[in-house]
Write a protein that binds this ligand. Structure first.
Ligand SMILES: O=C([C@H](O)CO)[C@H](O)[C@H](O)COP(=O)(O)O
Length: 235
């Protein structure tokens, strides 16, 4: 699979999200993500707006479904999402419902293994019909552990094991630096997601012009240059 660059719009207002999305599209980003805070702030109108402005672009609606799976997935699909997210911690029936809604409404399902036994959760998500695994170390988990003076966990710790355990594409997320995120295809994880680090450490990718759009363009070119990534650790 060709590597994909996704930008997570973890913002709290639609104007800023649309502006960031437009910049990301100009720079060569492949997928947009309506982040959880954006959906909370703006409801599914943010997905509708993104769909209106970017009619051809895949849009991930990161609602992190835990229950009521069919209705949530259906609502996101009708708003214009092409990808929805269900949690591995949800009941199996919920995951079934999201997968069924995905098939009925033509959207793909990303299963998120946040706060679960990561390798077995990834396998479960694949077995239940998810199209992708989001291998995710949570924001609160990372900060809580670091606050106790322990080493902050990283999605890279178990990324190879997760990639090798499944035959669907994996995305690693949670506290990765930009440099780490854009190297995840080297672990066999082709879906590169850029969030907070883009504004924090884009400096390391600064171009002569020094602007964020140019930095993002360089990042996209670098990721796309990997060429095909074999799925399931078959490299
Ligand atoms: O999904 C997310 C998190 O659970 C808060 O809603 C974030 O999008 C994700 O953790 C982003 O992580 P960073 O890579 O640290 O921006």
């Amino acid at each position: 699979m060709k590597p994909i660059v996704q930008i997570s719009l973890d913002l709290t207002n639609i104007e800023e999200a649309l502006e960031t999305a437009a910049m990301a599209m100009r720079a060569g980003v492949d997928w947009l993500e309506a982040g959880t805070p954006l959906i909370l702030a703006e409801g599914l109108n943010c997905v509708r707006e993104l769909r209106k402005q970017f009619p051809e672009t895949p849009i991930v609606a990161d609602l992190k479904t835990m229950d009521g799976g069919y209705l949530e997935a259906e609502m996101m699909a009708k708003a214009g999402a092409t990808h929805v997210v269900v949690m591995s911690r949800a009941h199996e029936e919920t995951i079934h419902c999201v997968v069924k809604a995905g098939k009925d409404h033509g959207v793909e399902v990303m299963g998120d293994n946040l706060a679960d036994d990561m390798v077995s959760a990834a396998k479960k998500l694949e077995d239940l019909g998810c199209d992708y695994v989001i291998h995710h170390v949570g924001y609160d988990e990372r900060r809580g552990i670091a606050a106790r003076g322990e080493r902050m966990p990283s999605p890279l710790d178990q990324l190879k094991d997760v990639v090798e355990a499944v035959n669907i594409p994996v995305q690693a997320v949670g506290g990765l630096s930009l440099e780490q995120a854009i190297r995840t295809p080297e672990y066999g994880a082709p879906l590169v997601v850029l969030g907070a680090p883009l504004t924090i450490d884009a400096d390391s990718f600064k171009t002569a012009s020094g602007n964020l759009e140019d930095s993002l363009r360089m990042i996209c070119e670098k990721v796309h240059a990997y060429g095909d990534v074999a799925i399931g650790g078959q490299k």
